[in-house]
Design a protein around this ligand. Structure first.
Ligand code: GLN
Length: 273
């Protein structure tokens, strides 16, 4: 395979990002420098690893899982099919947390996945400590590797917990904040998502019939673990702001909505009334 053939094959998978993806695949799976590739476009690029990676991509596996690592905020994360791929959209929540967490704060990240929210916050705020929970052991293993990779493993307790269950593992805990990007997509919308997204864990997408099951549960059953000035930061879908305002109001919280860089509603900031 040469660069021109690589590009042609990738174009069919990703008509917009094929040049970027070609570069990432070459840099990850071969020893070639891009400067050399650009001036030798029809030369064979040796590498079984590249061919295998390309085949996975042609099978619509997300580039991030194939590469196995991805950047989020100012950190790098291991990612595999046991966790949602960290999204740039989620950086808005992390930025807000970094800005407003009180000194020496202790916070909890519910549905931590790769651990990106808790870990990037801990990295940027060296005075803070966290508990990060997920329902699946394999997912928590990814979060654990990421905590080590980013040097914060001593400041985060990882806990298996199904947020929707009635199991209570948090007795005696008190937090300054709940941070969460829970699954929030409705089943009929999941059907319409790209083939790439369908490689991500269904459980990390599914937000119940109305997309709100986690928000309702967390505000109702987890706000008891907040101290007096504690707050909640949720990532939300672009069309969920009104629903979050209602859930907040019904449970004695004020709700401020923060937009992402594209101008869409992205984060709900809940404080006690
Ligand atoms: N908290 C993780 C993230 O934001 C996982 C979220 C999820 O699984 N819904 O990437």
């Amino acid at each position: 395979m040469n660069y021109i053939e690589l590009i042609e094959r990738l174009k069919k998978v990703t008509p917009e990002d094929y040049e970027f993806e070609a570069r990432v695949l070459i840099e990850t799976f071969t020893d070639y420098k891009m400067s050399y590739i650009f001036s030798h476009r029809d030369e064979q690029i040796v590498g079984e690893a590249l061919e295998k990676a390309l085949q996975r991509r042609e099978n619509r596996e997300p580039l991030q899982y194939i590469v196995g690592k991805w950047d989020f905020y100012r950190q790098t994360y291991f990612v595999d099919e046991n966790c949602l791929i960290p999204r740039a959209d989620t950086e808005i929540l992390v930025e807000k947390a970094i800005e407003i967490l009180p000194e020496n704060a202790r916070f909890i990240d519910l549905c931590t996945g790769s651990g990106c929210i808790a870990i990037s916050t801990l990295c940027e705020r060296s005075d803070t400590q966290a508990v990060a929970v997920d329902k699946f052991e394999k997912t928590l293993d990814v979060a654990k590797k990421n905590a080590k990779l980013n040097g914060v493993e001593k400041r985060v307790d990882l806990m298996i917990l199904d947020v929707l269950s009635e199991e209570n593992k948090l007795d005696g805990y008190s937090f300054d904040a709940i941070l969460s990007n829970p699954p929030y997509i409705r089943p009929e919308v999941i059907e319409t998502l790209s083939k790439e997204v369908k490689h991500e864990p269904y459980a990390a997408l599914w937000g119940g019939d109305d997309g709100l099951i986690f928000y309702n549960k967390i505000v109702k059953d987890y706000s008891q673990f907040l101290n007096n000035y504690g707050f909640i930061l949720f990532e939300i879908g672009y069309d969920q702001a009104e629903s979050l305002r209602i859930i907040a109001d019904e449970n004695g919280f004020n709700c401020e909505i923060i937009k992402d860089y594209a101008g869409r509603d992205r984060v709900a900031y809940l404080t006690k009334k």
